[in-house]
Design a binder for this molecule. Structure first.
Ligand code: ATP
Length: 251
């Protein structure tokens, strides 16, 4: 039992959720390591959504609203931490949900499917192996994608990603919105829009933003996307990290 007045309460609760998800077969062991890397960066960005991340969230919301076939790609970490919010975001943005895993086993797909269904998902793609096709340029099991989802999507939201797949998706002409706490990862540098924030904060904010922007003219939304510069935004997140280190040094 974690006490609410523990200074690292929120972080410990997330850890507990991850460990339980691992035990339930939702998460691969490597997912726990990825979470640890994320925690370290979260510490450095101050464990809150920065103004820089908010700009990326606005541009990402506009891109989702402009999309013809948006897809949210879900892995074990995302299912363990934010399945309710993923389902809500898919409803407000008309995005499909597709399970896409590096450590893909039928048992893990089934466990994630159950979590998403419990959160209210009606349709989940990427489940039945025999309906999947190969995505050119992705040689891991993440290359197995559904024809009506990731294969033909124009805009893809990837909460937690590996750099190889981001590169292949962007190379094939897709607009990729990544959520990654590490502004130095290949994913962050390659994605069209990177939200440097924890998925547990970023997805609820994306839901809010999509609802706020949904009645805007397409031209205004397009301007929001065009005015966003991913490299500049990543530099903004790096500055936040540097200044948190400098503050510590000057103590
Ligand atoms: P790349 O291949 O893109 O260079 P990587 O090898 O670090 O990155 P993975 O280990 O597959 O990629 O992915 C984990 C990434 O997800 C890390 O960059 C980590 O910072 C990030 N991450 C982990 N947990 C969270 C979270 N809760 N919210 C946002 N990002 C997270």
């Amino acid at each position: 039992m974690i006490s609410e007045d523990h200074p690292r309460y929120k972080s410990l609760i997330l850890r507990e959720r991850m460990v339980n998800a691992y035990k339930a077969g939702i998460l691969a062991d490597a997912g726990l390591i990825a979470h640890g890397r994320g925690e370290a960066y979260d510490y450095l960005i101050g464990e809150k959504t920065s103004e820089t991340a908010k700009k990326a969230i606005e541009a990402g919301s506009a891109a989702l609203l402009l999309a013809k076939n948006p897809v949210i790609s879900v892995n074990g970490n995302a299912a363990a931490l934010v399945s309710d919010d993923i389902v809500k975001l898919s409803c407000v943005s008309n995005a499909k949900i597709e399970i896409n895993l590096f450590y893909r086993t039928p048992e893990r797909v089934d466990a994630i499917l159950k979590v998403l269904k419990k959160s209210g998902a009606e349709e989940v793609l990427g489940v039945d192996d025999k309906n999947l096709e190969h995505f050119k340029g992705i040689n891991s099991p993440r290359g197995s994608v559904s024809p009506e989802g990731l294969l033909t999507a124009d805009v893809i939201l990837v909460p937690l990603e590996d750099g190889d797949r981001t590169e292949a998706l962007v190379k094939s002409g897709k607009f990729v919105i990544a959520i990654d706490l590490n502004p130095l990862s290949r994913t962050s540098k390659t994605a069209s829009i990177t939200i440097v924030d924890n998925i547990v904060r970023a997805i609820p904010l994306l839901i809010e933003k999509v609802e706020e922007l949904k009645n805007l003219d397409e031209k205004i939304l397009q301007k929001m996307v065009d005015n966003f510069n991913n490299t500049d935004n990543l530099k903004g997140s790096l500055k936040i990290i540097l200044s948190s280190i400098e503050k510590l040094e000057s103590k």
